[in-house]
Design a protein around this ligand. Structure first.
Ligand code: SAH
Length: 452
């Protein structure tokens, strides 16, 4: 019997990837994805707990399904992901309408859980994290069904870093790397399915392979993936500055598919704050890495993550973060107000920076970083850029069709296609040479010169 599953994904790319795995295990059970929750037999929320806001959003979303459940007693509702991993059984107690709670390592067990809930009316929680070094089997990923020409491939799970603010190690466990041969064959399958761009995924990809004994480290993995015939573009995320080696940076200069984009989270510019965060580097050490990246790969876009209002952050500490932004001239930043997470080291300290101060610092961080993003985008004016076409632009109208894609440096470029009858499907995954006519706040607008 054909059934329908509705999944809402919160949080990082890792969750987006896990959502695909969830769909994959449900497929043999004759579940098809739907984007209409009222049509679903199973509703799943793939949750994020990295900051309180994401968790609150998920919880209020969950409440909104109460009515559906009243109308359809057969409807099953479940929470997956990091809140599930953190809360387990407690979540079943807290939320009476919930039937299922399962962690990221329990995705393969989902069909059995659904069966128990359906047949015996059980409420099931499975949140067993794989903690051993051996015996973990990564699910053989199928190419994701996003319909985009780019996709993600997980190369490792977990994180061995001990950042004081971060919940990830608690909910995702220790680092476990996927064997290189499995990564390569997954990428090959993606390319065969028409994918042209792959993002290698892990909480800290730079430390890939340190848990294995085959001697293959992250730069070697990049070599192996770059060699996959037909792969046009390669990216990876996330990196920790601590393991950002020269060997890794040099790959940007040497590997054809590796795109000129590097996300290197710094979190703070203040040495005392970095130390309390247990990041393992100083302002100067980070800047040295950033300089090396910039001088090795001209034109590369360097982006970062910043936390403002970490416990004990003074105005002087915060000023060092602003100094760092001016020193590195980031091409883009993601910045967050510190959010206390139960179970982390920092949760033992008082969350003492007032909300109003956090808010103001966040605004100042964006203001400082904006200067450099704008400066950088301005350099694209009248240049011809290579765009991997993803599909219709958000602003596309039937009367004025527009396509959208990204440069190798990860900037969104929109451009009109003169003839609506061409249809967008023919363009998807094509490389277009686009001349930039207008530089906007966060994107570029241009005219197509050539399609390959
Ligand atoms: N492993 C990744 C982090 C993933 S979380 C890395 O090291 O980059 C993504 C970002 O969320 C982090 O880089 C950090 O800036 C932010 N973040 C994590 N925990 C947070 C917290 N407790 N409060 C506010 N922001 C946080």
């Amino acid at each position: 019997m054909q059934r329908f599953v509705y999944i809402q994904t919160f949080g990082c790319q890792m969750n987006v990837y896990d959502t695909e795995r969830i769909l994959q295990v449900l497929e043999p059970e004759e579940y098809a994805a739907t984007d209409d929750p009222s049509r679903a037999d199973l509703i799943l929320l793939n949750s994020c707990t990295v900051r309180e806001k994401a968790e609150m959003k998920m919880m209020s979303y969950l409440g909104s399904f109460a009515q559906l459940k009243e109308h359809n007693p057969d409807l099953l509702i479940g929470v997956a992901g990091c809140v599930a991993q953190q809360e387990g059984e407690r979540l079943l107690k807290k939320v009476p309408l919930l039937d299922l709670v399962f962690g990221p390592d329990n995705i393969p067990e989902l069909p059995g859980m659904v069966q128990r809930a359906r047949e015996n009316g059980e409420r099931v929680s499975l949140t067993k994290l794989h903690k051993k070094k051996k015996g973990y089997e990564f699910m053989a990923g199928k190419p994701m069904v996003t319909g985009k020409p780019s996709t993600m491939v997980t190369v490792m799970k977990g994180c061995n870093k001990n950042c004081a603010f971060c919940i990830v190690p608690r909910v995702r466990g220790r680092e476990l790397s996927k064997p290189c041969s499995e990564v390569v064959s997954e990428v090959e399958r993606c390319v065969e399915a028409g994918i042209r761009e792959v993002m290698l995924l892990g909480q800290n990809v730079n430390s890939y392979g340190h848990d294995r004994d085959d001697g293959i480290l992250f730069p070697d993995l990049l070599d192996a993936v770059d060699a996959v015939e037909g792969l046009e573009r390669l990216r990876f995320t996330t990196s920790h500055p601590w393991d950002c080696t020269d060997a890794l940076i040099d790959r940007f200069a040497n590997l054809k598919s590796l795109c000129e984009y590097f996300h290197l989270p710094v979190q703070s510019g203040s040495n005392p704050v970095l130390e309390r965060m247990r990041r393992g580097y100083t302002f100067d050490e980070y800047v040295e890495r950033a300089d090396r990246i910039r001088s090795t790969v001209p034109g590369l876009h360097l982006t970062t993550d910043i936390i403002v209002g970490f416990p004990g952050e003074t105005e002087e500490d915060f000023q060092r973060t602003i100094d760092l932004i001016h020193r590195v001239e980031y091409d883009g930043i993601y910045a967050f107000k510190y959010s206390e997470r139960t179970g982390t080291k920092a949760s033992q300290w008082e969350d003492d920076v007032p909300e109003a101060v956090k808010k103001e610092r966040l605004a100042r961080v964006f203001e400082a970083a904006d200067i450099y993003r704008k400066q950088r985008l301005a350099t694209y004016a009248d240049q011809v850029v290579e765009v991997l076409v993803e599909g219709p632009a958000k602003a596309s109208k039937p009367t004025q069709p527009q396509l959208s894609g990204r440069t190798r440096t990860n900037v969104v470029v929109n451009f009109p296609v003169g003839n609506a009858a061409l249809g967008t499907w023919r363009w998807k995954g094509k490389l277009a040479q686009v001349r930039v006519k207008r530089v906007l706040q966060h994107s570029l607008y241009g005219e197509i010169e050539l399609v390959q």
